[in-house]
Write a protein that binds this ligand. Structure first.
Ligand code: GTP
Ligand code: ZN
Length: 201
């Protein structure tokens, strides 16, 4: 696998440091009272480092890279992809939060649309980072507005946070719902139409 790199206009500004992540996990195991050299744990720091590469892959991706394909098929009414699986990590506790995202937009007047899978890829770009749900929701909506220049966007995210289930307040099953609405989808009629499609089971 090629090492993920972070780019700006000038070129590479950083890259995933697997060795450093591995050393940090080894330290963490010692800190919690484990022996990182015992049989079952010997390979663990390396495995965790490699899995972090995957879990945080979105840090090394830009939304412009995934929202590439646009078609001009003249469809100028709402497009909504529901129930896109979200797997993210709470930036406060570095444990998962997971659930679904619903992403809809009203294409620009000239009918510029993107591939449906690209909406799910866009969700992943922002989910695969240390996150808070509110920011992730906003980032999905704002990047869609910027790149696709649609007339409106709605993003609704429903997630369970493991930091509320497995520790702390311990309320498994509690769901957090966040939304971001832009442009014409702020209009109550259009917004209600989108929300009824999202809520229909
Ligand atoms: N707004 C928001 N809060 C989050 C999100 N993920 C986790 N949190 C909250 O972040 C807060 C961190 O609170 P702190 O008091 O600093 O940390 P803590 O002592 O571990 O808090 P508890 O979880 O209540 O035990 C908690 O209330 C979490 O529920 C998120 O995506 N959005
Ligand atoms: Zn948390």
């Amino acid at each position: 696998m090629t090492n993920p790199v972070k780019l700006d206009g000038e070129g590479v500004i950083g890259e995933f440091d697997e060795k450093r992540a591995e050393n940090a996990v080894r330290e963490l195991l010692i800190a919690v009272g484990e022996d990182p050299d015992r049989e079952g744990l010997r390979e663990t720091p390396g495995r965790v480092a490699r899995s972090y590469r995957e879990i945080f892959a979105g840090l090394w991706q830009r939304p412009e890279e995934v929202l590439t394909t646009t078609f001009d098929i003249g469809h100028d009414e709402m497009v909504l992809v529901k129930d896109i699986e979200v797997q993210s990590s709470c930036e406060h506790h570095l444990v998962p939060f997971h659930g679904v995202a619903h992403v809809g937009y009203i294409p620009s007047a000239d009918g510029k649309i993107t591939g449906l899978s690209k909406l799910a890829r866009l969700v992943d770009v922002f989910a695969r980072r240390p996150q808070v749900q509110e920011r992730m929701t906003t980032q999905i909506a704002d990047s869609l507005m910027k790149i696709l220049e649609p007339r409106g966007v709605i993003v609704v995210v429903e997630c369970e946070h493991m930091c509320m289930s497995m520790r702390g307040v311990r309320k498994p099953g509690a769901k957090t719902i966040t939304s971001a609405v832009r442009g014409q989808l702020r209009d109550p009629v259009t917004r209600n139409e989108a929300m009824s499609l999202i809520m229909a089971r």
